[in-house]
Structures are given as structure tokens and as C-alpha cells.
Design a protein around this ligand. Structure first.
Ligand code: SF4
Length: 463
């Protein structure tokens, strides 16, 4: 029996639920596609984008193939600056390390900025169970926290919600007017609520977009400045950084900083690009370097390129499946094309459906600023799922039957005649039922009066 935590998620069912919310679906599609269009305009203004993309890919590949060296260099240089560096093999070690640091400082209240790695580790619920109050400081992420939902997008976590949803949520939690969905009003209400939390927090946590081996510093990119306040007001700052976030030199930063926000939102740079080099005066800085399956992925010839990801979200914004089905339909930390290739690496059995939650159109690979072969990897994950016998039974049986039919021309031609007559004469309930997912949303095609083979025999074979 598959353990509960590894039961497959249901992207099809969850997507159907999102699509049924018509206004949510159309608004989501419009906003996410808008970010994709803005990205196109922004990169049009960078004449050397193609070269930049190639360079970014090469820097990442070089770093990943020398990762042991760069990690050690980072640790040495960070330690020289007064940063305490910790290593975590997996999510459990990461959470335990963070808890230990907080406990040793008697911290009961923590303010954190958005970090997909901390999401991946399930850190917030882990700390809350141990009596630590955790407040998300990014507006979208705080909306998700109040809704008890994970982020639905790696850059804009609450993009699947309407303004009216937020107004209702804030009315419950912040006492605002449920009928006033003016963004300024709502943002101001959250700002007033968040300020005292910043002031009383005993520790601040951030992620890290880039960690520079040469300097031992790291960079956090946000648009709200929330990470900076969280890291500057409380005396204790802890940053969780995935080991794939390393880059060799400070000068490499220029390549990625130019690409990140342009790819994500179409803006030239994130509003706040903050550099941390050691603790501030009188404070303490801890960096937890986390593996959590990254080393396994690095050893996989087919999937190691996924570690180049800089989490810009461009692949999500262009994906027709993501745009229509919403990020929560993936039922995983990472959604969209990048999620489809990352999540099975954490738990193949649980996320075995995700590689099929894609049209394989290849648009994701085209927009990726670090040239990850996303669509190739999606296809390869499908092969892994099939090879391990994890496909749906109906699909396995259907594909075997199709294989036999295609291998035997006589059987194929007999099937052709049956299908053609069935499509024309069968009663509707025989064609449109639970066994035919295609017919759920579309009419079946009208059978041609004559097949191509019949036409060919009649018109060409004798000539
Ligand atoms: S896979 Fe590429 S496009 Fe997608 S989030 Fe990562 S860097 Fe961005």
C-alpha cells in the first residue's frame, strides 16, 4: 500500500475545480499572460539577451560541476565575515537546525520573507508546533498564510485570488470592510498590521537568491523591502539557502540580476536587491546550506540541469496548462513547468501525475533565462513514471492495446471501420461517459465519409 504522504496528487481534479471558478480562471490567465508579455517587452530592450542567456547557463553549469569547491569556498569566506554556516542534509535537518538556533536565543516570534526552500522543508508548521509564532512579511505570502494555503506561484504567491477574495479574507483577520477591495486600502491595512510584528519579532528569516563563493555574501531580491526590514530590525537573521544557489564571483551577479526580474515580471530589476556580508553590528547571522535531494539530482544525467533554476517563474507564466489550471492544482511546493520537473525528484510516487500536466509545447524551454531543457525533462520524467509502472492503470491498458493494434495492420483497419461507424451511429451515452475524458469538454470529431487509405486505394494504387 502506498503511504498516505505518497498518495498521488490529483492535478486533473484540482484543475477542474479551479476552472469551474470562471472569473478566477480568466483573471488568472490574463494576469499571468500579462507578465509573460511584459517579459517579452523587457528583453526586447536588452540587445545582448541571447548572449546573456548563454553566459548565465554556462556560469550555472560550471558552478554545478564544481559545486563542492564553491560550497567550501563560500563557507570559508562567510565564516571570515562572522557568519555562522550550517549544513542540512534534508528538510528535517534544516528545520531542526533553525529551531535549535531560535531556541538557543529564546525566540518566540519570527518574521520571515518568502522562501520556496522553507516551503519545501515545511518549516512554518514545524516551528509553529514548537510554540514559535511565524509571520510571513511578503504581502502575497501573508495572504496565503492567512488563507492556510501554500503559494500558487513562486514570484506572486496569491495571483490566483481576486481582489474581492482578499477583501473578504482581510475583513475576517484584520477587521477591514469586506466590500472594499481597493488595493491601496487593503495594502495599507496589511502594512499597519505588519509593522508591529516587525518591531516585536525576535528573529528574521530570509532565503537567498544567490550566494557568492568568492565573497561569502549572499543576495536577497524582493519588491517590497520586507526581507530587509525583517533582517535588520531583529538582532538575529537566519537565511536558508539551497546549495544550488551558489555562483562563483561577485561579477557574475550582474548577469543574473539583469535577467531575474526581467524574466519574472518584465521589470529591469527587483525593487530591493540586498547584499548581506556578515552580521550587522551587534547582531548574529546564520546561513543554513540545504541539500534536500539536490545532490541526488546533481548525479542524474537527465535531470541535473534543473538545478540551474533561478526561480524567476517565466516558465509558469508562459505555460498554457499553468495559466488555466492555477498553481494550487499541482498539489506540490513547486508548480508550473519547473514544478513538473522538480517535484517528482522529491517523491516520485506522490507526484507521478505531474509530468502529464503539460502540453509539451516547449514554450517553457524557450523563455527560461538559464536555458533549462524543461520540456525534454518533462518527457523524460514521463518515461521514468512509465518504466516504474506508476502510470494510471487505464492508461497502461489503453496504450498496450494501442501498441498491439498499431503493430497489426489488419487489426488497425478493422478498428478504423468500427470507430468510424461508432462515431456516426452509437448512442451518445456510449461515447460521452466517464471512460472518455476527451468528451468531457469537447465534442468527438465527425468521422470522415472515406478514410485516407480507402481514398488512396481508389485513386492512386492502380495508377
Ligand atoms: S525553470 Fe527557468 S524559467 Fe522556470 S523558474 Fe526556473 S529559471 Fe525561471
Amino acid at each position: 500500500m502506498i503511504p498516505a504522504k505518497s498518495r498521488p496528487v490529483d492535478p486533473e481534479g484540482l484543475a477542474a475545480r479551479f476552472i469551474a471558478l470562471e472569473k478566477h480562471e480568466t483573471t488568472h490567465d490574463r494576469l499571468v499572460w500579462g507578465m509573460r508579455m511584459n517579459r517579452d517587452k523587457a528583453i526586447d530592450g536588452v540587445p545582448d539577451w541571447k548572449e546573456l542567456r548563454e553566459l548565465a547557463s554556462q556560469i550555472k553549469e560550471h558552478t554545478l560541476t564544481h559545486l563542492d569547491q564553491y560550497l567550501e569556498q563560500f563557507e570559508q569566506n562567510a565564516t571570515k565575515l562572522g557568519t555562522k554556516v550550517h549544513w542540512a542534509r534534508d528538510a528535517a535537518e534544516h528545520n531542526a537546525t533553525v529551531h535549535e538556533i531560535l531556541q538557543s536565543h529564546g525566540v518566540k516570534s519570527l518574521i520571515k520573507s518568502k522562501s520556496m526552500l522553507q516551503e519545501e522543508c515545511g518549516m512554518t508548521s514545524y516551528l509553529e508546533k514548537r510554540g514559535i509564532e511565524v509571520t510571513e512579511s511578503d504581502l502575497g505570502e501573508r495572504i496565503q498564510q492567512l488563507s492556510n494555503e501554500p503559494p500558487s506561484h513562486i514570484v506572486v504567491p496569491a495571483i490566483h485570488k481576486l481582489r474581492t477574495d482578499v477583501a473578504e479574507l482581510f475583513a475576517e483577520d484584520l477587521g477591514t470592510d469586506p466590500h472594499d477591495s481597493d488595493p491601496h486600502y487593503l495594502a495599507e491595512a496589511m502594512r499597519n498590521n505588519a509593522r508591529p510584528r516587525f518591531m516585536k519579532a525576535e528573529a528574521g528569516m530570509t532565503g537567498g537568491n544567490f550566494a557568492v563563493a568568492e565573497t561569502g555574501g549572499f543576495v536577497v531580491c524582493t519588491n517590497e523591502g520586507n526581507a530587509d526590514i525583517g533582517a535588520s530590525v531583529p538582532p538575529l537573521h537566519i537565511a536558508s539557502i539551497g546549495i544550488e544557489k551558489l555562483i562563483p564571483r561577485a561579477r557574475d551577479l550582474g548577469v543574473f540580476i539583469r535577467m531575474l526580474s526581467r524574466s519574472a515580471l518584465g521589470s529591469p530589476i527587483t525593487q530591493y536587491t540586498s547584499h548581506f556580508h556578515g552580521p550587522r553590528k551587534g547582531g548574529e547571522l546564520h546561513v543554513v546550506l540545504v541539500d534536500n535531494t539536490r545532490s541526488d539530482r546533481l548525479g542524474s544525467p537527465d535531470f541535473w540541469h534543473a538545478l540551474k533554476c533561478i526561480r524567476c517563474g517565466a516558465c509558469m507564466n508562459t505555460c498554457p496548462v499553468y495559466r488555466r489550471s492555477g498553481g494550487l492544482s499541482y498539489g506540490a511546493t513547486y508548480s508550473g513547468p519547473i514544478g513538473v520537473i522538480l517535484d517528482p525528484g522529491f517523491d516520485l510516487s506522490k507526484y507521478r501525475e505531474l509530468p502529464f500536466h503539460s502540453s509539451l509545447c516547449g514554450s517553457c524551454s524557450q523563455v527560461c533565462p538559464v536555458k533549462i531543457d524543461i520540456s525534454d525533462q518533462i518527457y523524460k520524467w514521463r518515461r521514468v513514471v512509465a518504466a516504474k509502472g506508476l502510470e494510471k492503470v487505464a492508461k497502461t491498458v489503453g496504450m498496450s492495446a494501442l501498441g498491439v493494434t498499431l503493430a497489426h495492420p489488419a487489426l488497425f483497419h478493422a478498428g478504423e471501420s468500427i470507430a468510424s461507424s461508432g462515431l456516426t451511429h452509437a448512442p451518445r451515452f456510449l461515447l460521452y461517459n466517464a471512460l472518455n475524458p476527451w468528451g468531457k469538454h469537447r465534442e468527438m470529431p465527425t468521422a470522415a465519409a472515406q478514410t485516407f487509405r480507402e481514398w488512396y486505394i481508389e485513386n492512386r494504387r492502380t495508377k
